[in-house]
Design a protein around this ligand. Sequence first.
Ligand SMILES: Cc1ncc(COP(=O)(O)O)c(C=O)c1O
Length: 297
Amino acid sequence: MTFAASANAVAYTGAETVFVDCQVEDGNVDPDLLIEAVDTLRAEGTQVVAAMTVDLFGRACDYDQIESDLGARGVPLLEDAAESLGATYRGRPAGSFGAAAALSFNGNKIMTTSGGGMLLSDDSRLIEHARKLSTQAREPVPWYEHTEVGYNYRMSNILAALGRGQLTRLDRMIQRRHSIRRRYVEALADLPLRFLGVRPERGDESDNCWLTTAVIESNRIDVNDVLADLEGRGIEARHLWKPMHLQPVYTSDRFFGSTHGESLFRRGLTLPSGSALTDDDIDTVIAALRDALISLR
Ligand SMILES: Cc1ncc(COP(=O)(O)O)c(C=O)c1O
C-alpha cells in the first residue's frame, strides 16, 4: 500500500520487487507478514537484498518488531519516510530507522521545496557515496573523471533555501495538520467512517497527520459515489493508494498477504488536509461529506 515511487526505486536497481500486505488499522506493513515473506523467500533460495517499509499517510510502522526481526536475519531495512516527516515512533523520529531513509519535499507534503527530498543515514560512507552519485559521480580531481555511472539528482541551492525557510515553520504546520485531523474525527464521529492512523494506545502525537484518511464502513455506500458527490460540490477528495500488487506494471510480481490493502483501496478516501486550510474550509468539507454520506446511505 504505497505510491508507485517506493516500488519504482527498487525496480530501477534491477532487483525484483516483492510486495507484502498491510494491516487494516493504518495501512502500514503487517510486520508478521513481512518476516514470513523474508523467511519464505530465503527458504526458496532467493536472496533478500533489503526490506523497505513505508510510513503511510504520516504514521511510522511498528519498528520495534520490524527492526529486531530483520536485524536477527541480517536483512537491511530502508525506510520510505516520504510522508512521515515529524512523526515519531516510541519517541524516535520517522526517518531514523534502518540503514537509510528517504524524505520527500514534493509539493503535496507538509514541508515542500516544490520537488526533491532528502536521504538520511547514520552511515557517513553511504551518504558520501549517495552525494557523489547524485552529482553525476564526479571524481574529486580537477577534470571530469568518472569511475561509475551517476545521476543528476541533487537539489538546487535555491530550492534548498526554500526548504530551510520552511523548516522554521515545520512544527506549526504539523500542529495545524493535527488540529485538522481532530476536527474531522470529532465532527464525523457519528457517521460510518473509520479514520486511519488514530491509534490511542500509541498516542495521537506519533502521527504527523499529513493526510486525513478514512474508510467507509458501510457496504451500501460506494466510495466512487462519495468522491463524485464531493467533486460536484467543488471539493477534491481522492482514493487511497491503489496497492502495488494490483498495479498493471507490477501484477506479475510476488505478493504476500490477502485483501487488507485492496479493501482499504476499495473503501477508503483521503480528505483535504493542507496546512493552509482554514477552520471554515474544514467545516465546509465536513458538512459536504455529512450530506453525501447521509444521502447515499
Ligand atoms: C510513500 C511515498 N514514497 C515516495 C514518494 C515520492 O516522493 P517524491 O515525489 O519526492 O519523489 C511519495 C510522494 O511523492 C510517497 O508518498
